[in-house]
Write a protein that binds this ligand. Structure first.
Ligand code: NAD
Length: 428
């Protein structure tokens, strides 16, 4: 990976500044939207199983809530930083706006490595996180969700702590809960499936049949696995996936030129998205270095692991065969690498459009919680498909009409919607 360090917040601001300039955004709106409205930084003391107390660092950052309650996941990651959370909060605002759901943007994080925490320690950490924030999160102001290394069980501990503090039942306080405990059917699949709904539309536009395509995916966690499944359903063939190996502290790429059997691969993957190397070799996979996913001769690349993965240093490793870059992760491409992607004419489906299926389904979850009436899975996925397709078509139509790069077109739509909301509220 690159020795140059990329700051996701600086990237997010640079992307915003470009679009603010492009659409001639007024100075007050520009200043308001290029930074978060509120930030909470705090410590979380956790009683460890061995009787000692460990102090963790936590954040919740609300970028903008002019269009509705702020919304965004909570990440548990040892390298979590304020600036990553700021960038992700900002991208959440644009994401909710591009799919036109009535929510703003926020993000949370805890600097920790859940691999090294027992179930009990993770539960106390979740409860401690909510104790620090109970006055500023909730169904009507800021609604968290799972993200990297957090899941439904963490959300339920957080909900339980919130309800204990506030008194009463507020299932719409948090999303990504287990089904049967206020969760929505389809939520687990939503981000990955959403990626493929927009890919399907892009392939239609480009006149390419899905069954004639191949893909390589970075990551094999929640997003990547469900994207892989749906991509196979529409006829595509996956030649490579990659993952982080926590024991070796490095990433690996698993390649099978005949096509990877997604279900079989899932069966040898742990809950953190790490694939068993020996079993993968038994399944006919070749194991290469962590960046090899980038240089496979495929039609579609899907980064679905972390931010800053395609940089100026490795962007030239992308094979000439690649036609589409479908960004599953948030901020996987640095701005300098993005310029190269643009020059090479690779068709980009930008992150905050492509991976908006998760937050769209989280919004559906909240709606169901507030009604206390839950939809069938087909109904959820139909609604998701409709929303994602409409958002993709609006961005692509603008891109064509004004000859814009897809990322810029998505930004123009989102920033204009949020700018209009802050002005209508009379904030600027
Ligand atoms: P996850 O924790 O379930 O999976 C992450 C995957 O990435 C794992 O397979 C892990 O092994 C792999 N990984 C980590 N570092 C890697 C590296 N250096 N090289 C290769 N693989 C690596 O996370 P997720 O929920 O699938 O999220 C993935 C990305 O998608 C993140 O950027 C997240 O912010 C974004 N996202 C997630 C959702 C959602 O609903 N889960 C929604 C929108 C965006």
């Amino acid at each position: 990976m690159s020795s140059k360090s990329y700051n996701p917040y600086a990237n997010a601001q640079a992307q915003f500044d470009r679009v603010a300039e492009m659409i001639g955004l007024e100075q007050g709106v520009r200043e308001l939207l290029r930074q978060p409205m509120r930030e909470y930084h705090f410590t979380i003391p956790v009683r460890m199983d061995d009787g000692t107390t460990k102090i963790f660092k936590g954040f919740r950052i609300q970028h903008n809530d002019a269009r509705g309650p702020a919304k965004g996941g909570i990440r548990f990651h040892p390298q979590e930083t304020e600036d990553t959370v700021r960038a992700l909060a900002m991208w959440m605002t644009w994401k909710c706006a591009v799919v036109d759901i009535p929510l703003g943007g926020a993000k949370g994080g805890v600097v920790c490595d859940p691999h090294n925490l027992t179930e009990g320690e993770q539960e106390r950490l979740c409860r401690g996180y909510v104790r620090q924030l109970s006055k500023v999160i909730g169904p009507w102001n800021d609604v968290p969700a799972p993200d990297v290394m957090t899941s439904g069980k963490h959300m339920l501990w957080m909900l339980d702590e919130f309800e204990t503090i506030v008194g009463g039942r507020y299932p719409g306080m948090i999303t990504g809960k287990p089904v049967g405990m206020g969760g929505s059917l389809g939520r687990t699949e939503a981000t990955g499936y959403g990626l493929i709904y927009v890919l399907r539309e892009a392939l239609k536009e480009l006149g390419i049949k899905p069954e004639d395509t191949t893909a390589s995916i970075q990551g094999f966690g929640n997003v990547a696995r469900h994207a892989a499944k749906m991509y196979q359903t529409i006829g595509g063939k996956i030649l490579a996936v990659s993952c982080w190996d926590n024991a070796d502290k490095k990433a690996y790429t698993f390649v099978n030129k005949e096509g990877i059997d997604v279900e079989a691969m899932i069966s040898i993957t742990d809950t953190y998205g790490s694939i068993d190397k020996e079993k993968a070799m038994d399944m006919g996979c070749e194991i290469l270095d962590g960046e090899a996913w980038l240089e496979q001769d495929v039609d579609i690349l899907i980064p679905a692991a972390l931010e800053n993965q395609i940089t100026l240093v490795n962007v030239d490793r992308i094979s000439k065969s690649v036609k589409i870059l479908l960004e599953g992760a948030n901020g996987p491409t640095t701005p300098d690498a993005d310029d190269v992607i643009k020059q090479r004419g690779i068709f980009l489906i930008p992150d905050f459009l492509a991976n908006a299926g998760g937050v769209t389904c989280s919004y559906f979850e909240q709606v169901q919680c507030n009604m206390n009436y839950y939809w069938e899975k087909d109904e959820v996925l139909d609604k998701l498909n409709t929303k994602m397709t409409a958002a993709y078509k609006a961005v692509s139509e603008l891109a064509k009409r004004r000859n814009l790069y897809m990322r810029d077109a998505a930004y123009v739509i989102s920033v204009s919607r949020v700018a209009q909301a802050v002005k209508m509220r009379g904030w600027v």
